[in-house]
Unconditional design. Structure first.
Length: 452
C-alpha cells in the first residue's frame, strides 16, 4: 500500500503526466456520458426488446463493445467498431493495391492520405450500419419509436434520416475523442474507448453471476469462487501471452584500433511471441460482426437457416472455428506489419551489429523472419484458444454476460490496453528518475519491435 501511495504522489508531481491523465479521464468521461444519451424520437423506457437482444449472443458482444449504448438506443450505439472495420479494409488494400502501397511509402504525407481515406470509409460504413441498427431497433421496440406511435408528429422518413445523420456524426465524434487521447493523453485512444466500454459491463456481469450461483440451479457460493479462481488463471495466462518474448543474441562487431581488437558487447533483440497485440482479435471480431449487421436488415433473422444463422450464433461450432482461423491469419498479417525483418537487419548492419553464426544483410533478415514465424504460430493458436473460451464457459453453465470475460475479445483488450497504458505511465516515471510501477521489473507493453 505504501508503494502505491508513493507512486500516485510521483505521478502527481510530474506536471506533463498529470495533464495527460486528466485529458484522458475527461475524454473518456464524455464518451461514457454520451452512451446514456438516447436518440431523439426514442423512448428509453420502452427499449425492452434491445435489452433482451443484448443479453447474449452476437448482439451482446456488440453491446459490450459499445459500453451498453446499443441496448440503450444511444447516439453512440455503433461505438468505434465502424472505424475498426474501415481500418481493416484499408490495411488489406495497402497490401493488394499498388497505389495504396505507394502512399504507404510516402512517409508522413502518405500516412495522412491513408488516414483520410480511412475516415471517409468509416463514414460510409457507419451510414450503412446505421440503417441496419434503426431497422432492428424499430422491429424490436416498436412502441419506443415516436414515428410508430405518433406518425402525425414525425414521419418515418424524417426519423430515419435524422437518426442516420446523428449516428454517423456520433461515431466520428467518438473517433475524434480517441485521436485526442492518443495525441494529448495517455495510451491509444481508440483502444481505451473500447476498453472503457467493456470494463463498464464487468460489475453488472459479476453481480448477475453471483445472484445466479446463489439460486437453486446455480451451484452455490463455492462454484462462484471456483469460477473467480479460473478467471484469475486465464488472466495470468493472457498476461504471459502479451509479455512473452524470444531474445535473439546480437554481437556488436569488433572495433579495430591499430593492431589491437576490442570485442563488442552482446545484446538481444526481444521478439514478441504476440507482436500484433490485441489487434488480430479486434479485426477478426469486426469481420464476425458483418453477418449480424446484414441480419439487422432482416429483423426476423432467428428464422434464417443455414450459414447465416450459424455465424450469428457465437456458441456454434462454425462461428468459433471461423473466428479462430481469422485470428490466426490476422496475427500473421499484423505481425508482418509490426515487425519488419529487413529493416531490423539493415539497422543492425548500419550499427555494426550481427547475429553470431549468421551473415549480415539478407541472411539476417531471413533468420529473423524464420524466428518470428515459429514463435508467432504458438502465440496465434493460444490467442485463438483464449478467444473461444467464452463459448466453453457458456457450456459450463456460466452466465453469458460473465462468460465473455473468460477470454475472447473483452479480456484480451482489457489486459493488452491496461499493460500498454501502464507501460507509458511507467516510462514517464522512469524518465524523471522515479521508481516504476512494479518492484519486480519493467512492465512490458504489447509492442517492443515496430509500431502497432
Amino acid at each position: 500500500m505504501k508503494k502505491i501511495i508513493e507512486t500516485i504522489k510521483n505521478i502527481y508531481r510530474i506536471e506533463d503526466l498529470r495533464y495527460k491523465l486528466a485529458i484522458t479521464f475527461w475524454m473518456l468521461l464524455i464518451y461514457r456520458v454520451g452512451t446514456y444519451v438516447t436518440l431523439p424520437g426514442v423512448d428509453p423506457n420502452m427499449l425492452e426488446g434491445s435489452a433482451k437482444q443484448a443479453s447474449g449472443g452476437i448482439f451482446g458482444l456488440i453491446n459490450m463493445f459499445a459500453g451498453g449504448a446499443f441496448a440503450r438506443g444511444s447516439i453512440f450505439a455503433l461505438g468505434i467498431m465502424p472505424y475498426i472495420s474501415a481500418s481493416i479494409v484499408v490495411q488489406l488494400l495497402t497490401m493488394a493495391v499498388p497505389s495504396f502501397q505507394k502512399m504507404q511509402k510516402e512517409g508522413e504525407d502518405g500516412r495522412r492520405k491513408i488516414n483520410q481515406i480511412t475516415r471517409y470509409l468509416t463514414i460510409a460504413i457507419t451510414a450503412v450500419q446505421s440503417v441496419g441498427f434503426l431497422i432492428n431497433l424499430k422491429s424490436e421496440n416498436a412502441a419506443a419509436i415516436i414515428s410508430n406511435t405518433h406518425p402525425e408528429l414525425v414521419s418515418d422518413f424524417f426519423f430515419m434520416l435524422t437518426s442516420i445523420i446523428i449516428l454517423t456524426a456520433s461515431t466520428m465524434f467518438v473517433l475524434w475523442l480517441g485521436e485526442r487521447i492518443t495525441d494529448k493523453g495517455i495510451g491509444n485512444g481508440v483502444s481505451l474507448i473500447i476498453m472503457i466500454g467493456i470494463i463498464a459491463r464487468l460489475p453488472f456481469a459479476l453481480k448477475d453471476e453471483f445472484n445466479f450461483k446463489l439460486s437453486e440451479s446455480g451451484g452455490g457460493l463455492v462454484i462462484f469462487l471456483v469460477e473467480l479462481a479460473a478467471l484469475f488463471a486465464v488472466i495470468m495466462g493472457v498476461i504471459m501471452l502479451v509479455q512473452g518474448t524470444r531474445k535473439i543474441p546480437v554481437q556488436y562487431a569488433k572495433r579495430i584500433v591499430g593492431n589491437r581488437q576490442y570485442g563488442g558487447v552482446r545484446q538481444y533483440i526481444p521478439l514478441k511471441v504476440n507482436a500484433a497485440g490485441v489487434m488480430p482479435i479486434i479485426f477478426a471480431q469486426a469481420l464476425m460482426f458483418i453477418p449480424s449487421t446484414i441480419a439487422q436488415f432482416f429483423p426476423n433473422y432467428e428464422t434464417m437457416q443455414g450459414i447465416m444463422a450459424t455465424f450469428i450464433n457465437p456458441a456454434s461450432f462454425g462461428y468459433n472455428m471461423t473466428f479462430a482461423l481469422l485470428i490466426i491469419v490476422f496475427t500473421y498479417f499484423y505481425t508482418a506489419i509490426a515487425v519488419n525483418p529487413n529493416q531490423i537487419a539493415d539497422d543492425m548492419k548500419r550499427n555494426g551489429g550481427f547475429i553470431p553464426g549468421v551473415k549480415p544483410g539478407k541472411a539476417t533478415a531471413n533468420f529473423i523472419d524464420n524466428v518470428m514465424s515459429r514463435i508467432t504460430l504458438p502465440g496465434a493458436i493460444f490467442l485463438a484458444v483464449v478467444a473461444i473460451l467464452p463459448s466453453l464457459a457458456g457450456i459450463l453453465n456460466i452466465n453469458s454476460q460473465f462468460a465473455q470475460f473468460y477470454g475472447g475479445t473483452s479480456l484480451l483488450i482489457l489486459v493488452g490496453v491496461v499493460l500498454d497504458t501502464l507501460q507509458q505511465i511507467e516510462s514517464h516515471l522512469l524518465m524523471r528518475h522515479y521508481d516504476g510501477l512494479m518492484k519486480s521489473g519493467r512492465i512490458k507493453g504489447r509492442t517492443v519491435v515496430g509500431a502497432a
